[in-house]
Ligand binder design. Structure first.
Ligand code: MRU
Length: 351
């Protein structure tokens, strides 16, 4: 099944990513507030996946509304969108999907309430379907960079589970694997929430793609000893100048990659590029509960009462980024020009 899907009974179904890899549990929501909570608690996570979740959440809000005219329905949707938008601040796909849903609701003000609700469900479904198609296009562009026999290093989970399906950074891995290229993936465990160990390892092993799990602090050693040919990561938001905001620890990798002459690419649907923010420093960095650091699977590993700082993302300045792979091609520096072309839908792969 996809990471998230709409069920004809009028409920949203999603894989509970907190339970993987030991249990594959599907949870269902008929209330948009449940979806908001699921995003906050990372039942579903990953920038494109939470965008789709927000869109389906708004479709649920439309079904739940008691409005008798389209204007009142729009007011209910704006309220629900504000709640969904507040769940996680960094990934721009969340706001992008909500804005697209609200724009559809505004343009459908002449419709009856029932037809508008159906149209909003269809729009959320389009967002989900387009995500998979876009990821396949990113995979095809990115696979041109992967040589037969490559060793790829990745961080966090930028796979199927971070999207509706097929992934971002792992879309490139999948596409190259499907083309018959021999490859091997080094998977950072990705503390504190271990998305690499729990999710990326699960996905790659399920598909028989050769991989090895490493502790985060082993990455520098591998890069220095020539055991990595390319670093591929996703992004939660990419600024107009090409600064990449992604899972905490990405910046360390990018600096170490450049120091060791290893190319570093972000794999990013254009919905993740935010041209309204000039640099990565303008992007809000989510800070999460300290328990994510002091505990692993409920087991306390630090002294009670210890002070903790737990930023969920970091900024990789664009000077460390070799290229940004989008569904419209691969953007190269100067990113302030090439990213605009990608967002405008112009064909890329320009150096
Ligand atoms: O906190 P998470 O697990 O939602 O963070 C996810 C990431 O950082 C991914 O790398 C990112 O969403 C891009 S991959 C689709």
């Amino acid at each position: 099944m996809r990471t998230i899907e709409w069920d004809a009974r009028g409920v949203v179904r999603m894989i509970d990513q907190r339970r993987l890899p030991l249990e594959l549990v599907i949870v269902e929501f008929g209330d948009y507030r449940g979806v908001a909570q699921a995003i906050r608690e990372m039942v579903i996570r990953g920038a494109p996946a939470i965008g789709a979740a927000a869109a389906f959440g708004l479709a649920l809000a439309a079904r739940q509304s008691r409005a008798t005219d389209s204007q009142a329905l729009l007011a209910d949707l704006e309220q629900a969108a504000a709640e969904l938008r507040a769940t996680r601040p960094t990934a721009v796909n969340l706001s992008w999907a909500l804005d697209r849903m609200l724009a559809r609701a505004r343009s459908g003000q002449a419709m009856t309430v029932n037809s508008l609700i159906q149209e909003l469900i269809a729009e959320a479904q389009r967002i989900a379907d387009e995500d998979v198609a876009i990821n396949r296009r990113m995979g095809a562009h990115g696979a041109t960079l992967i040589q037969d026999g490559s060793h790829i290093l990745t961080h966090c989970n930028a796979g199927s589970l971070a999207t509706v399906g097929y992934g971002t950074a792992l879309a490139v891995v999948r596409a190259a694997h499907e083309q018959g290229k021999r490859l091997h993936v080094w998977v950072d465990e990705t503390r504190p929430r271990l998305q690499g160990a729990r999710l990326t390892a699960w996905e790659l092993m399920n598909e028989g793609i050769p991989m090895t799990l490493i502790a985060d602090n082993a990455a520098g050693h591998l890069l220095r000893s020539g055991r990595v040919d390319i670093v591929l990561v996703g992004s939660d938001r990419t600024a107009a100048n090409g600064d990449v905001v992604n899972k905490i620890g990405t910046y360390n990798l990018a600096v170490l990659a450049q120091e060791n002459g290893v190319p570093f690419y972000a794999v990013v649907p254009t919905s993740t590029i935010d041209l309204t923010v000039a640099t990565g420093d303008d992007i809000p960095i989510e800070e999460r509960d300290g328990q994510e650091v002091t505990h692993i699977d409920g087991c306390q590993i630090a002294p009670p009462g210890v002070a903790v700082f737990n930023p969920a993302f970091d900024v990789t300045p664009h000077r460390y980024v070799t290229g940004i792979i989008t569904e419209n091609g691969i953007a190269y520096p100067p990113f302030d020009q090439s990213l605009r072309q990608m967002v405008a839908g112009e064909r890329g792969d320009r150096r």
